[in-house]
Each structure stands twice: as structure tokens, then as C-alpha cells.
Design a protein around this ligand. Sequence first.
Ligand code: NAD
Length: 452
Amino acid sequence: MSNLIVPASASVTRRSFLSTSSKLAAGAAALSTLPVERFVHGASPGDTIKVALIGMGGRGSGAANQALSTGESVKLVAVADVHKDRMDSSLANLAKNHKDKVQVKDEHKFMGFDAYKKAIAQADLVILATPPGFRPMQFEEAVRQGKHVFMEKPVCVDVAGYKKVIAAAQEAKKKNLKVGVGLQRHHQAGYIETIKRIHDGQMGDIMAMRAYWNGNTPWVHKRADLEAKQGRKLTELEYQMRNWYYFVWLCGDHICEQHIHNLDVINWVKRGHPVKARGNGGCETRKGPDYGEIFDHHVVEFTYEDGSVCFSQCRHQLGCWNDVSEHAIGTKGVANLGRYTITGPAAWRYQGGGKDPYQQEHDDLFDAIRNDKPYNEAFYGADSSMTSVLGRMATYSGKEISWDDAIKTNHDTMVKGIDQVSWEEAIKLTPPSVPGSDGMYKLPVPGKTTFG
Ligand SMILES: NC(=O)c1ccc[n+]([C@@H]2O[C@H](COP(=O)([O-])OP(=O)(O)OC[C@H]3O[C@@H](n4cnc5c(N)ncnc54)[C@H](O)[C@@H]3O)[C@@H](O)[C@H]2O)c1
């Protein structure tokens, strides 16, 4: 621990910091007054980076595995979830792969909607991998407590969340905190090289783009199955938490949850977000109460500041043609970005290798923390998340919507006060949409649904 750097303003030694930090779980509220930012100016290779995992499902467990695989001096010290079964299985799996690095004491296993605050207090770096509706409040808290962050995409599902993430990203920059976002294509060598060529002008002017995520339904947790497993009725909020994909306040619709990857690549190509969107969408084939309130297809035309257009599609329908891809069409060639190829006069193909981008994004983040390199992916992560939200607003309302008008709405879907009450009280709160007497949720009606 020879080279540990505590901010110059810190009034405590490393030893006293550690003893302070072990007492922090008792009172997260007091944290804003404490010098808790560790490793904000780098760390020596031997310094152990303490990680907290918040949201212990498939991706959170994967991200923790990748964080623990970045080197020897890293350990998992705290976890938070709202479901004990998810916590137990995640910890058991992580311990199988990283026996010595999973050091979570029982008193650092936190449950409930406010658990994130307590887990954040124990760590140097926090992994945020809950359903995305919770991301803005959790990111804001991690930055407030002075912690480095890896957060999964999308980073928000509505306009209020977007603004919260941008404000916290600015604060993170001031505090020199490092922030990674799970848009892993940015860490995939082939994408990086292809987009570098576009930015170098080798394809001429980019006139149009295509972004597709056309595939099948990812998963569904049916109410009847969940209740049979639990042996009791679930409250509406409990049910939606387990089947979160199909509810906008938690997921944002699949245009946010999945298609963000493709829209993010297009924003990367354009070095900015679109200025307006218009589109069509609906729910044609995926019907039934367990499919909640989201559409099964969205087709959106996004216009960028220079007048170029991205034609976007995302669809969850069985038995149709499927494709997950991004293309850029320039005056000197066409790039298939995910295939790393350019055809036309500037023909080129990426032939290099590349690490698994899910691992690479953690290697890069930890390298930035250890060597104090500038690293804040929250800004483009927020813009790409908001691009998806803009597309959803356009398809739900059937209106053409400018980015600026969307931002003016301050649309906020989060259940108020959910992290300020006990789990027992929280699950009795009413989510933004509830089923009608037929068990079905109301779907947006283009032309009638307002976009705010
Ligand atoms: N980058 C990628 O390629 C990629 C891939 C898959 C998922 N993801 C993203 O990762 C996130 C999680 O997805 P997943 O597939 O792991 O979902 P999941 O349902 O498997 O896991 C979510 C976990 O969060 C917990 N949780 C829910 N609300 C919580 C709260 N308020 N506080 C603490 N814990 C809470 C749940 O109990 C569950 O264990 C999503 O945003 C998803 O879009 C990204």
C-alpha cells in the first residue's frame, strides 16, 4: 500500500481512512462530509480495489466476474439486491471462480431498495447492474459517495433519469472519478478500427445509417409461474420487479434495453446524438398480460444535426427475418460496422484479433483507476440511452419529436420514494401502470398517447 494517494484535502491518514470506512455502513447520510474518494489519483499495482455489486442477476454477476479477472489486487466486499435467491446464487457462482477474491461478510450483504447506499459505502468501485430504471438514483449516490463506477446500459429510461445521470457525470468529472458504461462495442477492437476509418474521412461524408435489432423475445417470467414458485400471490410491484422487461419504468421498452447498443454505435459514428425522431411502432404478435405494456416493434428515423439520417428497427417477433447490425453509408463506401468491413472505393476489412469486449471494458476501467487516466463514459452512455428514449417517445406518440422538446418534458417514470421505505412497504406501492379487469395492461396508442 506504499503508493496510495488520498486527496490532498483529506484530513485523515490511509490507516484512519480505512478504519473510518469500515464504520460507514452505519450512516450513509454522513458520507458527503467524509473524504471517501480512494484512488482518485491512481493506485499502485498492489493496492487492492474493493468492489461492490448492486444487482446480482445475469449481467451483474458477469460484470463482477470480469472485474475480479482484471488482476490480483481486487476483491468483492459488498453486495446488494432485492431478491435473496438472486444474491445467493450469484455469490455461490462468483466464489467458484474467484474463491479468494470474494470476501463478502454477512453484514455486507444488503437487501432491499435502499441496499445500494450501504453497499456503495463499502467499496472503491461499484458495479450497477439492476434493471435500468434504478440506474440514475444509484449512479447519483455512488458519485455522491465518491466512488468509481461501472454501470450497465441503458443508464436511464426517461428524461428525468437522463438529466440526473448527466448531472452526476459532471460531478464525477469534478471529483476525478472513473466511470465505465456497459456499451462494450466501444472496447471491441474491430468496431474501434472501423469507426476510426470513418472519422478519418476514408468513407467520405456519411449520408445515411442503418441500425437493427430484430430478433426474438429475450425472456418472460409469468405471474402464474412466479406465484406457484413463491406459494403465494405477489403484489403488483413485486410481480413487475421479477418480470421487469415488460414495464417502462424498469426497462424502458426493448428499444432502450437492447437496441441502445446499435443506436449507440450510430451516435459514435456521428459523434453526437440525433436532433429529432419520428417513427411507427406497436404490438402485433406478442400479446398477453405477461408481456406488459411495451411494443414488440419500433421503426424510427433519427435525423442528426448535419441532416444525415439513421433508419432504425427493433423487433421481437417470432418467425421473421432477424438481424442485429449497424451500417454507415458514405460517399466513398459502405461500412458494416459489426462485421468490421468497408466496401466500395475505400474497401477494407479488419483482420486483427481482439479480446472479449466484456472483459476488455473492465480491463480498461481498472487501468484508468490504477493509472489515473481520464475515463468517463457516462456522457455518451446517457446520450445513447436518451436516444432510445426519444425513439420510444416518437413511436408511442406517433409524433415527430425534437431532442430539445423531449428534454423539456422532464418525463419521470420512477415510483416515488421507493428507496425510502422498507421492502414490505415498497411492494405495496403502485407502479405507473396496472392491469385492467381483463388482466391486460394499456398499450400506448400512436396519435393519442402524449410523449411527455
Ligand atoms: N451490456 C450487455 O450486453 C448487457 C447484457 C445483458 C444485460 N445488460 C444490462 O444489465 C442490466 C441487468 O440485466 P440482467 O440481465 O442482469 O437482469 P437480471 O434480472 O438477471 O438481474 C437484475 C438483478 O437486479 C436485482 N434488482 C432489481 N432491482 C434492484 C434494486 N432496486 N436494487 C438492487 N437490486 C435490484 C434483481 O433482483 C436481479 O438480481 C440491465 O440494464 C440490462 O440491460 C447488459
